[in-house]
Ligand binder design. Structure first.
Ligand code: PMP
Length: 351
């Protein structure tokens, strides 16, 4: 058998783990999940859809596409769906990859980007963060004739930092028209900084800009896998074309439609997380930590060589964090009890 050589060097995606403290307590703050389960109306929609599970789902995701077009005031044919925005990103790479082509992104950023590039057969060009934030000048300078795609993760996973309107527009103005810019806005609903642009206002004037969004975070449907891309006709059409048939399952489509209808309730919950985020960050600062301002549902601690020791220390309190060895730890904002457990762990970490 002749498997692709890239399989030997590809990074492996590590899902967030659960840990249990000696007293049985367990808080999973390693995957940026919502601490809330779906509201009753969404559970009811899933229940109804479950009884139709013997039928194939709507391959075109017609009702969900319609609901999204309506919700965001965008044309129906500007939307492409997939099973989670990570898969939509994969679909996007599949539409762009040719031998020798490059995808440019900040690093550290979302850990799936290098993996997706490898799977697509594209070369990764990683541009170091500056002050924990995308260095947009350096990203623009990294673009060559071989570049087909640039990811801009705003807010950035795992640092929570943002790029603001003026600098992002100046960056987009520098990107050649034949290079796609994917604004990965998985955490968009958590942004409170008014100077952070909504990608949906940027893509309208720019055929090469696409926006990636997800139902996994603010909408609390991580377990069902629904994400989407909004971009002008040609980009969205290409991404729809490469979707594996029936990839977005029937229950997921029903839940996403019901979640749009229940949006007020869901966004109220986001507000609870945002308030907790402020409390967590301020407490960490008071404990003497350096924590970059975050617009997402997590905080970032640059711990360097002490990262794994910190993760183990937190595990002793039943708190699973996401360590990046040698770099730092990302800690999701959970409910008040989970956040208290984390703050207790952080406060007692020997420094
Ligand atoms: N983009 C970013 C920046 C993320 O952090 C995540 C989730 N970790 C995703 C995309 C993927 O989300 P999903 O596939 O669940 O929609």
């Amino acid at each position: 058998m002749r498997f692709r050589a890239i399989l030997d060097t590809m990074p492996v995606y590590k899902p967030g783990k659960r840990v249990v403290a000696p007293d049985g307590r367990s808080f999973k703050l390693s995957s940026n999940e919502s601490p809330f389960g779906p509201p009753p109306s969404v559970v009811e929609a899933m229940r109804r859809a479950a009884s139709e599970a013997h039928l194939y789902p709507d391959a075109s995701c017609h009702r969900l596409t319609e609901a999204l077009a309506d919700r965001y005031g965008v044309p129906y044919d500007h939307i492409a769906l997939g099973p989670g925005s990570v898969t939509v990103a994969q679909q996007l790479l599949e539409t762009l990859a040719e031998p020798g082509t490059e995808v440019v992104y900040a690093w550290r950023s979302f850990e799936a980007y290098p993996l997706l590039a490898d799977v697509a057969g594209m070369t990764s060009v990683q541009v170091p963060l500056r002050d924990e934030t995308h260095d947009l000048d350096a990203l623009a300078e990294a673009i060559t004739d071989r570049t087909r795609l640039v990811f801009v993760c705003n807010p950035n996973n795992p640092t929570g930092t943002v790029n603001r309107t003026a600098e992002l527009i100046a960056f987009l103005d520098r990107v050649p028209e034949d290079v796609v810019v994917a604004l990965d806005e998985a955490y968009h609903e958590y942004v409170r900084d008014e100077d952070v642009p909504d990608g949906l206002t940027l893509y309208r004037e720019r055929p090469n800009v696409v926006v990636l969004r997800t139902f996994s975070k603010a909408y609390g449907l991580a377990g069902l896998r629904v994400g989407y891309l909004i971009g002008q006709g040609r980009a969205a059409e290409a991404v729809r074309k490469v979707m594996v048939p029936f990839a977005v399952n029937h229950i997921a489509q029903a839940a996403a439609i019901a979640s749009i209808a229940a949006e007020r309730e869901l966004l109220d919950r986001v507000e609870v997380v945002v308030k907790e985020r402020t409390r967590v960050r301020e407490t960490l600062l008071a404990q003497g930590w350096e924590v970059p301002p975050t617009e997402a549902n997590f905080v970032w601690l640059r711990l360097g060589e002490r990262t794994m020791a910190f993760a183990e220390h937190c595990a002793g309190y039943g708190v699973a964090v996401r360590p990046f060895p040698g770099e730092g730890a990302r800690v999701s904002i959970g409910d008040a009890e989970a956040n208290d457990a984390f703050l207790e762990a952080a406060g007692s970490f020997p420094r």
